[in-house]
Design a protein around this ligand. Structure first.
Ligand SMILES: [Zn+2]
Ligand SMILES: [Zn+2]
Length: 440
């Protein structure tokens, strides 16, 4: 932090605070033995206490020692910032966790911008701190008294949520975590009575393509206007962020959107969710390529990375089942109970079009396209063929563990789906619309 103690203080105090800043436990200990009250010294201007300085500089040993001496973890500095906020600001995860263990309050607001520690972690893009705070928010009294969702969406003095701040600073990973924890994708800084900026406006302003992509995949509205009446597309254009503008142009193809806030998805197993997320980004990546084709923007796309399903499975293709809906991808997902299998793309297509009932906001459980039973849970289908020695799966790619449902309803829905999805290697939106008609 480097705030020198004031000239009015003794050099002794100065040395002590310097030792805290440097994490020199020996000097800290000897100073404390000589004068226990030294713990209550602060820097003059910012009124940083030793615990603030230790937290901001990531000095875990010193911080732990101070907390052991029953110093309150929520001391305030001049700007009403807590040590927890400073740890979140500087990304000092070990200190942040220590403070949380010591009972630091996550629901404190500074006097600078009215921000919480969650705002700080999001603004500075410290993903690990963000996750630790969210985990704490689920298990502390805050969750009971305030509600977890309300905490995630808490606004600062200018109406910005943590999602706004992460979008405005260009931290897509933080966006991803916040959205997965219930952050409202189209929250407006304007509150209820007037229009303000959405996270999409702020990502557009900064030209953060990954953030734009993430927000769109979570259903951010490209047509929502800010207080001057601009849609995010105009904001990106004004700032000359061409690639962002191309994706934000309301006349360009709609991206595939996570079926959020579908309960179904939030309860997915992490490995299945990862496969579906990769499929979604893959599908949207192809869409982006088409949008940007013919423009002068190259696409720094992360979508064809290690997470990509095709590549993952390509080497094992010989002993994996081909999806018999699209006949294009490998079966990566298995429906629990009936054990019918399909690829991640086709699974996603099913889920994306199980729209919530507008009256109840309850989402219907997606149906297995083969047997029409409700899909309660999904599994990753990777090794069954090898585990069980099921050689049939090679020669008869469509065969699943349970033989295909031969009832008229099952087979007709399967045929309809199969034809509708025949061209779905690319997950075109028109194709998806047709699937929805067939399946639901
Ligand atoms: Zn498929
Ligand atoms: Zn089934």
């Amino acid at each position: 932090m480097g705030q020198a103690p004031s000239c009015g203080r003794s050099s002794y105090d100065h040395d002590f605070l310097k030792a805290v800043e440097a994490g020199d436990l020996a000097i800290v200990e000897s100073s404390l033995r000589m004068d226990p009250d030294i713990l209550h010294k602060t820097t003059l201007y910012d009124r940083l206490s030793p615990i603030h300085i230790a937290a901001a500089n990531g000095r875990l040993e010193v911080l732990s020692r101070i907390l052991d001496l029953s110093v309150h973890p929520d001391l305030l500095n001049r700007h009403k910032q807590t040590p927890l906020m400073l740890a979140a600001m500087h990304g000092k995860i070990a200190c942040l966790q220590k403070l949380l263990q010591a009972g630091a309050n996550i629901l404190m607001f500074d006097s600078l911008h009215g921000r919480t520690c969650l705002h700080y972690a999001a603004y500075y893009g410290h993903l690990d701190c963000l996750q630790a705070i969210l985990a704490a928010a689920r298990s502390t009294p805050v969750a009971d008294s305030w509600g977890f969702a309300r905490f995630v969406n808490v606004r600062d003095g200018k109406g910005a949520t943590s999602l706004h701040l992460a979008a405005g600073q260009g931290w897509p990973d933080c966006l991803h975590i916040l959205l997965g924890n219930g952050a409202l994708v189209s929250a407006s800084t304007g509150g209820y009575s007037y229009q303000g900026s959405t996270p999409l406006h702020l990502a557009a302003r900064g030209g953060y393509l990954d953030c734009v992509r993430e927000l769109l995949a979570w259903g951010a509205d490209r047509k929502q206007r800010d207080s001057p009446g601009r849609i995010p597309y105009i904001v990106a254009l004004n700032r000359k962020h061409g690639a962002c503008a191309a994706l934000l142009n309301p006349s360009s193809a709609e991206p595939l959107v996570w079926p959020s806030p579908l309960k179904f998805i939030s309860e997915l197993k992490p490995d299945v969710k990862a496969l579906l997320e990769a499929a979604l980004m893959d599908a949207n990546g192809e869409r982006e390529e088409n949008i940007l084709k013919g423009t002068s923007y190259s696409l720094p796309s992360p979508v064809h990375s290690e997470g990509e399903i095709d590549n993952d499975n390509a080497s094992e293709a010989s002993d994996m089942e081909l999806c018999c809906i699209c006949f294009d991808q490998i079966c990566a997902i298995e429906v629990q109970d009936c054990r019918h299998r399909m690829c991640a793309h086709c699974t996603l297509a099913l889920c994306c079009h199980s729209k919530p009932n507008p009256a109840t906001l309850c989402s219907p459980a997606p149906l297995c396209p083969f047997c029409r039973s409700s899909i309660a849970q999904l599994e990753v289908a990777t090794t069954r063929a090898r585990e069980e020695g099921d050689k049939d799966s090679v020669s008869k790619p469509c065969k699943s563990r349970k033989s295909q449902n031969s009832s008229s309803e099952g087979s007709s829905s399967f045929k309809g789906l199969s034809s509708a999805m025949g061209s779905l290697g690319k997950m075109g939106n028109h194709g998806l619309g047709r699937i929805a008609d067939v399946v639901i």
